[in-house]
Design a protein around this ligand. Structure first.
Ligand SMILES: [Zn+2]
Length: 188
């Protein structure tokens, strides 16, 4: 799998685009310097369905599930999602600021949304992510590192790393060693 990102538009070629209104401009001069990996499922532990798209596009029917009522009013997005079957969905162009990290800190800097790209994996902290997800995440990472040389291979973290005590995703179920080893192999 080879993915192409147009750095002028910030879009991945030939993937499903569901453009979200939940974004704004990065601060003047800010470029992507960090890749943040997340895990999400809606409702938690359930896979498939339209709910992640609906949350990120601001059209989640809060009354449709008790968990949705718990997050009622949440205005969030990520740049992209990788579903259980490996399908990639893009919500926000990479040059724009998606709303994925919240209160966060990396290398002494706060507000990580300003200078990061957020990629969600559909999953939970304790369900192994799928082979298709690793394959696509690695392909996407290779494409992102090529399109945005301002991101170094060391600057790839989990949401839990930049918001410890507040966020746990992508969780122990994400195999960092597998991801980093395969990524290094792909980039040789
Ligand atoms: Zn997260």
């Amino acid at each position: 799998m080879v993915l192409a990102i147009d750095s002028a538009t910030g879009l991945i070629a030939d993937v499903r685009q569901v453009l979200s209104p939940h974004f704004d401009a990065r601060p003047a001069g800010a470029v992507p310097e960090l890749l943040v990996i997340h895990g999400i499922s809606l409702p938690p532990g359930e896979f498939g369905g339209p709910w992640i798209d609906r949350l990120f596009t601001g059209t989640l029917p809060w009354e449709a599930h008790p968990y949705f009522m718990e997050i009622k009013g949440l205005c969030a997005s990520a740049h992209a999602l990788i579903r259980r079957d490996g399908q990639i969905v893009q919500y926000v162009p990479f040059g724009e600021r998606a709303w994925h990290a919240g209160k966060s800190q990396y290398g002494g800097r706060s507000a990580c949304n300003d200078f990061s790209i957020g990629v969600e994996l559909e999953g939970t902290d304790d369900t192994p992510y799928t082979d298709a997800q690793y394959e696509q995440l690695i392909a996407l990472t290779v494409a992102l590192l090529a399109a945005y040389p301002s991101i170094s291979e060391d600057a790839i973290v989990g949401h839990s790393d930049i918001a410890p005590g507040r966020k746990t995703d992508p969780g122990p179920s994400f195999d960092w060693s597998r991801y980093r080893t395969q990524l290094a192999t792909m980039r040789q």
